[in-house]
Design a protein around this ligand. Sequence first.
Ligand SMILES: [Zn+2]
Ligand SMILES: [Zn+2]
Length: 156
Amino acid sequence: MINQSLQYKHQNPILRFIDHIQKNGECWDWTSTRKDGYGTFWYKGKIRYAHRISYEFFRGDITDNLQIDHLCRNRSCVNPDHLEAVTQAVNVQRGSSPRLTAKRQTSKTHCPHGHPYDESNTYYCPKGFRKCIECRRTQQRVDYKKSRLKIPSVHR
Ligand SMILES: [Zn+2]
Ligand SMILES: [Zn+2]
């Protein structure tokens, strides 16, 4: 019986993963091992950063040249809504390097995630702002996956 349940967890790494999360306000705090403040998790035969696994599970693959930035500045947080894939350059800029901030530029032809603002990928919200359809689709997928997982909250 023990073997069976172990195997079950092994086949469902995301269930094992969820075991280590506790909601703390808006953040999902990692309760297991950490490295440099970032949560770590044993996955597919090696130690990986927990927030990267969360991003991959909820949002999709991370392209090689991208880093995952914490919008909430809480390194141990693995809430997919607080994670954003950015190029290394953007991450360095955000990390408070004043010399680089001048170089910062937001392309108006693409959304912050690099999807093109073309006819098939653009919609206008009621306030008239341009929105990226691809990003909305991703967010809907994240919300759906989140709604199906029970993340325990911290009891105070
Ligand atoms: Zn957070
Ligand atoms: Zn987008």
